[in-house]
Ligand binder design. Structure first.
Ligand code: 13P
Ligand code: SF4
Length: 334
């Protein structure tokens, strides 16, 4: 695997503990001005990161914003594959992420060499890869998709086009069902969405008979079959904002509930339960690695920073650019 992270140098390490009285929000705002930086945050980030970001969005919104910004530095508050997308699309910009260990179980499930072998088994297939994969896997793909545009993109492919889909097997199964296409699907999963428990969900539904259920398509089929709405994080947010009713069960990473509460303070949002009914399962441990102190230090040290060989970037850009050419939408600008 090619390492795309440049860590802060040894000199920066000495400055990596902040004074206990340091006002980190002020520090971030100062560096944002001085370095002409834009802070992008995924909906799964902690509320204090969402609150300080210039732009919050789903994977597609964030890619698009990274491609069009005129900032000199992109501070990507999300996980590594998202920051890699920003660098692939904006190579001249400095792209930092607060914690270099912020990965993704889907990316981990799909090593480039293994994916190449899988691909070799189906030589006449087109490779559609979910954006949650490494730059190297993107470089092996024909088109990148996100949960907000995957169905629309597949619907535009010739009906007899054979398809490989990776690396999320639940999203793949959902798309195969929705589009009526047979696909060869890589067997990866998201450790967050995989943990929702149908039996506990049904108990919650019985206790909240008026609640509508919104679920992300990374959830297994036994959760999706109960959902009133299935879609990307932004589409779930739009659904709960516009839908009637005042109670919603949310089957995705629960930090998105922060935006829901800000937009619809009168409504109640309940995180879908995991296996024991009480666990805090709907937290992404990778997203949770980022915090305000690390965000400030990443801006100051200009690291952890994404860098990659130009050959890899160009190879990953082609399928990513194809995706962006398919659609356009606004996201949430503050
Ligand atoms: P979206 O933001 O595209 O809905 O993806 C969710 C996710 O799991 C990101 O890691
Ligand atoms: Fe990956 Fe799941 Fe975390 Fe998203 S929520 S970054 S898919 S592990």
């Amino acid at each position: 695997m090619i390492n795309t992270i440049v860590e802060a140098g040894a000199d920066a390490a000495t400055e990596n503990s902040l004074d206990p009285f340091f006002d980190v929000e002020n520090g971030i705002n100062r560096l944002r001005q001085e370095k002409n930086a834009i802070i992008l945050a995924h909906y799964y980030q902690a509320p204090e990161i969402q609150d300080i970001a210039d732009f919050i969005g789903d994977s597609l919104d964030l890619s698009r914003k990274a491609a069009e910004t005129d900032a000199d530095m992109i501070v990507f508050c999300g996980v590594k594959f998202m920051a890699e997308c920003a660098k692939i699309l904006s190579p001249e910009k400095i792209v930092v992420l607060p914690d270099s260990q912020a990965g993704c179980s889907l990316e981990d499930s799909c090593k480039p060499d293994d994916f190449q072998r899988f691909k070799d088994k189906f030589p006449d297939h087109m490779v559609l890869s979910y954006v949650n994969c490494s730059a190297e896997v993107k470089a092996l793909s024909d088109i990148i998709v996100t949960s907000s545009n995957a169905k629309a993109i597949i619907d535009q492919l010739p009906i007899d086009q054979k398809i490989i889909f990776g690396p999320d097997r639940h999203l793949g199964a959902y798309l195969a069902k929705e589009t009526g296409r047979h696909m060869e699907i890589w067997p990866g999963t998201c450790i967050v969405h995989e943990q929702f428990n149908e039996r506990e969900l049904v108990k919650l539904m019985i206790n909240h008979p008026n609640a509508s259920i919104a679920a992300h398509p990374e959830c297994p089929e036994n959760i999706l079959k109960h959902a009133d709405h299935i879609g990307s994080t932004r589409s779930i947010l739009e659904y709960v904002t516009k839908a009637g009713g005042d109670e919603f069960i949310i089957a995705t990473e629960q930090h998105i509930i922060h935006q829901m509460q800000l937009i619809s303070p009168g409504k109640t949002f309940i995180a879908a339960p995991g296996a024991d009914g009480t666990c805090n399962c709907a937290n992404c441990p990778y997203m949770a690695l980022n915090d305000l102190d690390k965000l400030y230090l990443a801006m100051k040290n200009e690291a952890p920073r994404i860098e990659m060989p130009e050959e890899l970037r160009i190879a990953a850009l082609a399928p990513l650019q194809k995706m962006l050419n398919f659609s356009s939408s606004p996201g949430a600008t503050k």
